[in-house]
Ligand binder design. Structure first.
Ligand code: ATP
Ligand code: MG
Length: 1033
């Protein structure tokens, strides 16, 4: 749903539109949920982890391009039904494009900015894709239509410029010459404001010319990106259409700039996330984007009345060039593009917040109209003033000063400008015409060749840059590589491309590819070493990451659409060849675990970056190698549950054998910095014309993205299960220390020894049958780490060491063994005693269900070893670690609960004792009476007077029964815990059932024994009682 276009720019606030794109393949595969909804111009986003957490925003326009569309016969995406809610390219243009055009024709400067994360649809909205043309081409078409429709009362001139800002350097995308080192300069003039010096402005007469220029610009962008290994989604693309309208009758000139800006992916800014990296400070991944955010925030503050806010326009190239667009003389529209998927929640929310801030910015647009001659007059007057100033300086003898140099430069510029204004439009056109002819000839030539020969087509991470470069393979033998001196060579540049990389042979309409020694060639995911015949739509990767699609002879092509072979396809294929794939479920099922899927996508996303980093390291002679690993693939936590998996990059220095483990975010951040170093190196190499390999590029360590101070490394973990301690049974184990990916890193000998408070081992008599007997009582045990054997880390390099780290129950900080070095089988002989003064239920549960995770840490030369932090640890007077008292209130609670239990038991005891006492008293009484009677009768057998009463015998029998029931209960618990292992096969299950039957048999036998013992006892007591009553009655 959209607002009416007619009221656009009633006020000069920046207008903001949001657009939600369809799911992409990744999101569909991941079974993503749509978390965005639209009602009219209001948009609501829902937190996927908390359905009650919703945020709504209201913008000038909101476009639903997520669903409800279909592809018509010409390939256009249109609403499924007429009037449907799907916003197609046409309707977006009707609102935003028409508004911009009308304003430009009235003489206002206008700006259209596309903002959003990578892949959210910025370029789709701005430039479009195939027949679904975006705002820029549509706007150009309409502009020339409008010009043609009003030819009689005005003369119009349109100049087209296209530039890219990459890493604060401005590149003219239409320049014919070689790239200027350091990029073009951005200058400032009083009247013009900031502008790019020497930027080509090409006069255009129709939309077709503009389209061709855009194609040319995109081609330059693509080749620049591959040559310099630059990431296109880090660059900003600016198209500047300068419209000059001369109303000869009124003697008025209206001049307006239309700035069309496709910004870099917004998430790059936050790529290093919350991750700490020593090189993060002072490194803006994209200074221009950061500054743009700061400018927008500052302007939003001004709009809400905050005074004295500094607007940091001058901090970056982009904001200098957009100064008038933001808060200045321009009518500005921002289109914020969003992915609807739950996995993009954070990014989408951040885009919406950004857009909301932008909405507040107020501009002050004016019609740029001037009497045609005024500007010339003003410039001439300024020149006279400059001349006077210069001659004064000359008289004072300050000829060579900087100031005079600058004045002279200004003079020349002004003169150039005067000449430019006075040069006739026709003259410009004449100059451009020659270019057109050349361009047109090369385009028609390319089209012809496409119908005659097979070719390879570049595939880029940015869909906009894919399919731009076509390299034809004509009949015969063609070398492909850096070398372009031979007439039979196809020159390409890129990371890891050799002088002579491979050879294409096209014979009898069959094309083969032969890799040359030392070069890397991958076909359909597999590295090839020998001549391979290519089939239509084969995927080629040359060097570290130059990706091409092979297009066969026209007869083989059919009507197939190559767009499914996108960059992701290439990388997934490569990952599959390495054994990393999603299996059947990758075809859009719900069964794949989303967290695993995320790891898979991260893996394929990082794979090319790792290949590139390795190549850069090699070319810069850094001697560092990068390798992707899946963290926690085989590891589990203290309860045996799987740990969250993640991608990490293992970095190894070939010379020193030092190893670092970088998180994904740190690697991405460092990769950007490496690119910068690499690009600078390449630019210098180009200037020096040095071709030979240079010695290692030396960088100060605080700026070297390939280097880090060495740190201890987590090599793997082993689990020492604590259950035996709950029964006070000692345990001795040989534990396998497993690395993150399941490799055996070492064997660790460890012991758990229940002991007395003084550390003496407990005997067999102290074994508990029921662990709950330990409740509330003191518990002491020792953890002994005897020896580590076969440590792989040290076997690989003897100058290394290890430490073992562990954490028991509620210890907040881990404890470490002292470091041991240079020994593959190091003796640890480390003993720690832990004490719980009042064992709580929580500790008992912990002992019965958890393990101590013993972490094997690798030490390397130059790294500081880890020390146990003992500040937060409580100790007994004997120096044992006290556990089980983390929360005193909780401990007090559980203690009072235990106390009240014992009080109850005591009360019960008391009652029992009372009744026993009472019965004893009664018995005494009757005994005394009997004694008296006996005394009177004088016939007493002596021993009989000492016989215990029946009640006492009965109590004893009950006690025996109770004890036997305790062991029956333990047996019952053992039975309850007894479960088959998860991996059990049929045989395993059978064995389990047998064992279960045996346990059941034991249990019932014990129960029967206990009950029959009780029965016998009771029967004996009854018998005796009868006998006695026979005697005594
Ligand atoms: N509204 C839409 N309808 C259909 N497809 C779309 C739409 N928006 C984007 N896409 C598709 O999504 C993919 C990514 O879009 P696009 O290249 O425009 O992203 P981007 O924001 O420019 O990314 P980057 O920052 O990397 O340049 C493209 O394949 C594009 O065709
Ligand atoms: Mg883009």
């Amino acid at each position: 749903m959209r607002a009416k276009a007619s009221d656009m720019h009633r006020k000069d606030c920046v207008k903001v539109a949001v657009r939600v794109r369809p799911f992409n393949k990744r999101e569909r595969d991941a079974g993503s949920r749509c978390i965005i909804s639209l009602v009219s111009t209001s948009i609501t986003i829902q937190d996927p982890r908390d359905c009650h957490n919703r945020r709504s925003f209201c913008f000038d326009y909101a476009y639903w391009s997520h669903s409800g569309f279909t592809r018509d016969h010409s390939g256009l995406f249109v609403p499924e039904e007429p009037g449907g809610r799907y916003a197609d390219q046409h309707s977006v243009f009707q609102d935003l494009g028409v508004g911009i055009l009308e304003n430009a024709l009235q003489g206002y400067n206008t700006t259209l900015l596309a903002y959003g994360q990578t892949g959210s649809g910025k370029s789709y909205s701005m430039v479009g894709h195939g027949p679904n043309k975006g705002l820029v081409p549509k706007l150009c078409e309409r502009l020339f239509e409008a010009i043609r429709g009003n030819q009689e009362n005005r003369q119009c001139q349109v100049f087209f410029s296209m530039l890219e800002i990459y890493n604060e350097q401005v590149v003219d995308l239409l320049s014919r010459g070689s790239r200027t080192a350091g990029g073009l300069r951005v200058r400032e003039e009083l009247q013009r404001g900031f502008y790019v010096e020497g930027l080509r402005k090409i006069p255009c007469e129709n939309a077709l010319q503009v389209e061709q220029l855009m194609e040319q610009g995109t081609r330059t962008r693509t080749t620049a990106a591959t040559h310099m290994n630059a990431n296109s989604s880090r660059s900003h693309m600016l198209i500047i259409l300068q419209l000059k309208q001369i109303f000869s009758k009124e003697s008025i000139t209206k001049q307006s700039n239309i700035n069309l800006v496709d910004l870099a992916g917004s998430e790059r800014q936050r790529s290093s996330g919350s991750e700490a990296d020593r090189l993060k400070e002072g490194t803006a991944i994209n200074l221009s984007l950061t500054t743009l955010g700061n400018v927008i925030s500052a302007l939003a503050d001004v709009a809400v009345g905050k005074k004295a806010v500094h607007i940091p326009y001058r901090d970056s190239v982009l904001t200098k060039l957009l100064q008038s667009a933001l808060g200045g003389n321009s009518r500005t529209v921002m289109i914020a593009t969003l992915s609807p998927a739950d996995i993009c929640y954070e990014e989408s929310l951040s885009t919406l917040r950004y857009a909301e801030r932008a909405k507040r910015i107020q501009n002050k647009a004016v019609v740029n109209e001037s009497p045609t001659e005024r500007l010339v007059k003003e410039l001439k007057a300024e020149n006279t003033r400059l001349m006077q100033k210069l001659s004064r300086m000359d008289q004072e003898g300050r000829r060579a000063s900087d100031e005079s140099k600058e004045l002279r430069q200004l003079l020349t510029q002004n003169e150039l400008q005067i000449r430019a204004i006075q040069t006739l439009w026709e003259q410009h056109l004449q100059e451009a015409l020659k270019d057109w002819e050349q361009q047109y000839a090369s385009i028609t030539q390319e089209r012809r060749m496409m119908q005659m020969y097979p070719y390879i087509l570049n595939i880029n991470e940015d869909a906009q840059l894919s399919g731009v470069v076509k390299l034809f393979i004509q009949e015969g033998e063609w070398g492909i590589g850096l070398c372009d001196s031979s007439t039979r060579s196809i020159p390409i540049k890129g990371l890891g491309i050799q002088e002579r990389h491979a050879v294409f042979r096209n014979e009898q309409r069959r094309v083969t590819l032969t890799p040359l020694t030392g070069s890397k060639v991958i076909v359909n995911g597999n590295t090839v070493y020998e001549t391979t015949e290519l089939q239509h739509l084969d995927r080629l990767i040359l060097g570290s990451n130059c990706t091409y699609l092979f297009i066969g002879y026209p007869s083989e092509r059919g009507g197939d659409d190559w767009s499914r072979y996108d960059y992701d396809y290439f990388q997934s294929e490569l990952a599959a060849a390495e054994g990393i794939h999603l299996g059947e479920s990758s075809t859009g099922s719900d069964q794949t675990d989303p967290s695993l899927l995320a790891v898979f996508y991260d893996y394929i996303k990082l794979m090319p970056l790792v290949a590139e980093a390795n190549q850069m390291s090699q070319e810069l002679n850094k001697g560092v190698e990068f390798k992707l690993e899946i963290k926690n693939l085989a590891l589990s936590d203290s309860r045996g549950h799987d740990l969250q998996k993640d991608i990490v990059v293992r970095v190894t220095s070939a010379g020193s054998k030092q190893v670092w483990m970088w998180s994904k975010a740190k690697f991405v951040n460092r990769k950007f910095l490496m690119e910068e170093v690499y690009q600078q190196f390449k630019a210098e190499q180009l200037e020096d014309k040095r071709v030979e390999d240079l010695p290692a590029v030396v960088l100060p360590r605080d700026k070297d993205p390939f280097w880090d101070p060495v740190e201890p490394l987590l090599l793997g973990t082993a689990h020492l299960w604590l259950q035996s301690l709950a029964f006070r049974i000692p345990l001795e184990e040989q534990l396998e220390v497993l690395g993150s990916e399941g490799t055996e890193e070492a064997i660790l000998q460890a012991e758990l020894l229940p002991c007395t408070s003084t550390g003496l081992p407990l005997g067999e008599d102290d074994i508990l049958i029921d662990p709950s007997e330990a409740l509330g009582r003191r518990l002491d045990f020792q953890l002994v780490l005897d020896q580590c054997c076969g440590v792989r880390w040290i076997r690989e390099a003897r100058n290394r060491g290890i430490q073992i780290g562990f954490r028991v129950f509620d210890c907040s900080e881990p404890l470490y063994t002292p470091a041991v070095w240079h020994n593959i089988n190091p003796l640890l002989d480390h003993r720690v005693q832990f004490t719980s003064i009042h064992t709580s239920q929580r500790l008992l549960d912990y002992l019965q269900s958890s393990a101590v995770v013993l972490e094997l840490w690798g030490l390397q030369e130059g790294c500081t070893q880890m020390n146990s932090s003992l500040e937060a640890v409580r100790m007994t007077s004997e120096g044992d670690f006290i556990i089980d008292e983390s929360d005193p209130s909780e401990a007090a609670l559980s203690f009072s609960a235990e106390l009240s239990c014992s009080v109850k038991a005591l009360q019960q005891d008391l009652e029992d004792q009372k009744s026993l006492n009472e019965s004893l008293r009664r018995e005494n009484h009757s005994l005394r009476e009997q004694l008296n009677t006996a005394k009177n009768g004088g016939d007493i057998a002596r021993g009989r007077s000492l016989r215990p009463s029946c009640d006492a015998e009965f109590a004893r029998a009950l006690k025996v029964f109770y004890h036997s029931m305790t062991s029956v209960r333990a047996q019952l618990q053992r039975l309850r815990r007894h479960r088959p292992s998860e991996e059990s096969d049929l045989l395993g299950l059978r064995l389990f059932v047998d064992e279960q039957n045996r346990l059941l048999r034991d249990f019932s036998e014990q129960l029967e024994e206990s009950v029959s013992a009780l029965k016998q006892d009771v029967a004996a007591i009854v018998r005796r009682k009868r006998e006695r009553s026979g005697i005594w009655s």
